[in-house]
Design a binder for this molecule. Structure first.
Ligand code: AMP
Ligand code: MG
Length: 408
């Protein structure tokens, strides 16, 4: 028996998350153009420097009128369309045709919608007794000058991007995109599309990881495959630590003789932990490197499901947090087990499908055999059920937490 290495201390997932968070920097801010803001986080407060609308505007197509005009048929001065100012002055006995969004001509104080008017040979008949202000958006009714319309930390959802554009902004301050490098390791791995030799399998992890990264606003610096040689993996790590914010490796972090990533990370980086009390994905290395330790390294286990679960639970939140997201974790929900589950000695993340039951609660059913090589049981899973260890089995109908991965 060798003495236990402190790096191999088994951490609870929550402790592992806390350590990663404590080492996750907020990336530098940059000004990004409107077309490149979707899903990013605002790093400035935005105050309106104008009233919206800047003029009283019609909210209906119809006629601009004087509200206390009793004349049944009124003369039409002309058309006031959106986007121009015609210079009409509406007074009793007259109206101006007006379209939605057009500025209200002086003198008018109401808009009668077209449906309540009838064209006559000598003008238009108004079949309405409008009140002053009817169908008009007053100056500043959408936004007032000086209003703080977006706060630092806001997610730039479509409405927020539209609001920035409406205020005349052409860009906004956001965190720059994380530069991410991915390396699959393993002598047994072959590119999809190439013939398989004896004992070989295809590299699936690199492509699953690149797909998992796609919605997270990152720039992929590099995604490749390396054999289990010190030279190849060392060169990758040195180069990518220098030009990436996050380096993700797959494989090579367990106990085997060809698990080289594990040792290389100790040599080239500062390892914070490498075992988490969870299934799948117990071997999971987290390290930092580079100036100020600002490059995060995640050594995922090679088993395809273990790698993806580790990515979901630890890597994805870090990638969002470094871009300023306040809620970097997937949402949790409390759901009902559709069948009994036998707990193990560590937190078990079970791939489940959630379905809404007749009583409105969500039922969680396992997607089938849960071995960590079986990607097929991750397909169709819309959540990971979190099953903590305990003495007795979980019964069907018991409530447990899940990490929501997708819509139910
Ligand atoms: P390792 O963590 O390197 O010991 O790999 C654990 C298991 O995952 C082995 O069965 C590997 O063949 C498999 N594996 C490793 N990397 C990949 C990969 N990129 N794609 C698919 N399977 C992999
Ligand atoms: Mg390997």
């Amino acid at each position: 028996m060798s003495t236990p290495n402190p790096l191999d201390r088994l951490l609870e997932p929550a402790e592992a998350t806390a350590i990663i968070r404590a080492h996750t920097p907020l990336l530098d801010a940059e000004r990004a153009p409107l077309a490149d803001l979707a899903g990013r986080v605002l790093l400035e407060d935005v105050v309106s420097d104008e009233d919206q609308p800047p003029f009283p505007a019609a909210t209906m197509d119809g006629y601009a009128v004087v509200s206390d005009d009793a004349a049944p048929v009124r003369r039409v001065l002309g058309s006031q369309f959106a986007g121009t100012v015609e210079g009409f002055h509406v007074e009793r006995g007259t109206v101006a045709y007006i379209t939605t969004g057009a500025p209200l001509p002086p003198g008018a104080d109401a808009v009668v919608q077209i449906e309540r008017t009838v064209a006559m040979p000598d003008g238009v008949r108004i079949d309405d007794t409008p009140r002053a202000g009817q169908n008009i958006r007053p100056i500043g009714s959408d936004l007032k000058r000086g209003d703080r319309v977006l706060a630092r930390g806001a997610m730039l959802m479509p409405a927020a991007v539209g609001l920035l554009a409406s205020l005349g902004r052409t860009d906004a301050l956001v965190a720059r995109r994380p530069r991410v490098s991915v390396l699959a390791t393993g002598d047994e791995l072959v590119e999809p599309g190439q013939p398989l030799g004896p004992g070989q399998i295809r590299d699936s992890n690199r492509f699953a990881l690149v797909a998992a990264l796609a919605p997270l606003g990152v720039t992929i610096r590099y995604a490749g495959l390396a054999p289990d040689t010190d030279a190849a993996q060392r060169a990758f790590l040195i180069e990518r630590i220098a030009d990436s914010d996050v380096v993700i490796t797959s494989g090579g972090v367990s106990m085997g003789q060809k698990d080289l990533i594990k040792g290389l990370l100790v040599e080239l980086a500062t390892v914070h932990f490498r075992q988490v009390r969870m299934r799948p994905g117990k071997p999971f290395t987290f390290a930092t490197a580079g100036p100020g330790g600002r490059t995060l390294l995640f050594g995922l286990p090679g088993n395809p499901v273990s790698g993806l679960v580790g990515f979901e639970v630890f890597v994805r939140p870090a990638l969002l947090a470094m871009q300023g997201h306040q809620r970097a974790d997937r949402p949790y929900a409390r759901v009902r087990l559709a069948h009994a589950v036998t707990p193990i000695d560590r937190i078990d993340y079970i791939r489940v499908t959630l379905r809404r039951a007749d009583d409105g609660l969500l039922d969680a059913a396992s997607t089938g055999p849960q071995q960590s090589s079986r990607l097929a049981s991750f397909v169709g899973a819309n959540a990971l059920a979190i099953i903590p260890p305990r003495d007795m089995p979980y019964a069907a109908g018991e409530m447990v937490d899940v990490l929501l991965l997708d819509a139910v």
